[in-house]
Design a protein around this ligand. Sequence first.
Ligand code: NDP
Length: 299
Amino acid sequence: MKILLFGRNGQVGWELQRSLAPLGEVVALDSGSGEFCGNFSNLEGIAQTVRRVAPTIIVNAAAYTAVDKAENDIELARTVNALAPALLAQEAKQCGAWLIHYSTDYVFDGSGTDSWQETDATGPLSVYGKTKLEGDVAIIESGCKYLIFRTSWVYAARGGNFAKTMLRLAQERDQLNVINDQFGAPTGAELLADVTAHCIQQALRQPEVCGLYHAAADGVTSWYDYAAFVIEFARQTGIDIKVGQGALKPIPASAYPLPAPRPGNSRLDTHKLQTTFNLTLPKWQSGVLRMLTEIIERK
Ligand code: NDP
């Protein structure tokens, strides 16, 4: 079986290279040049790639994820997040392939405190959220076989992430201000990649599972509590933390304005994913602890 993976060097794409490998031959592409075009700015090149590879499964982990930059780079964000996924869906339909795609909590307006369900009304606040939603809708309306995993607060051990930044700042500064009125579940790229591989296997046996699923680690936290969790772990591990007890200050998002508004409520209800695919999603703390342990042991 051939699997065509786009965005191989991203957080999720990198982990997918690992998790998809046992399923078949993975043709993994990035936006750079090579034997096949993996650059979403070149839609004709992407169509040619799908036709030449003739995959059973297309996995799209590529996206324009620079949320603030997207506010002033609308055309490219739309090409990568909406037009390219729409094209992949058309090509998938033509060759009978599955399309696996990732969506975001940013498609919601972030109101309320309930967990968002797949059927809830969307209302993106940012260019990133709008363009991602346009991509989701195009895939759903294309008539191809698809799985869309809508996730939140993705982190990976590789590259930078919120936990690593907090760990560094806590060693450098006496005081830290962290947003305390945005809620979600930090979700490991590793977990998403494993869930993807599991679901693909079931989808190949049961095509009726085609659909949109919320996929995030279990539980909920704020950025502030997430930071406190990371710093407390580091302290217990014996790392020299400069931020004193009580010097981690909760602040509202309004005190830290950014070009792209973020949803306050990013809680995702994952019941549909867990029951359809017979999965248990672990608590967000377990993946974060694992990542922190790896970072600290490597030092
Ligand atoms: P990353 O930002 O880590 O990776 C994105 C990938 O997209 C990069 O490898 C990049 O490749 C690629 N890419 C960007 N522009 C282009 C382009 N023009 N052509 C081809 N590839 C391109 O993203 P994540 O792994 O974190 O995200 C994976 C998915 O999860 C995305 O769909 C994202 O929207 C979604 N998501 C992410 C969240 C998060 O917190 N990060 C939260 C919710 C959903 P290159 O470097 O080669 O340009």
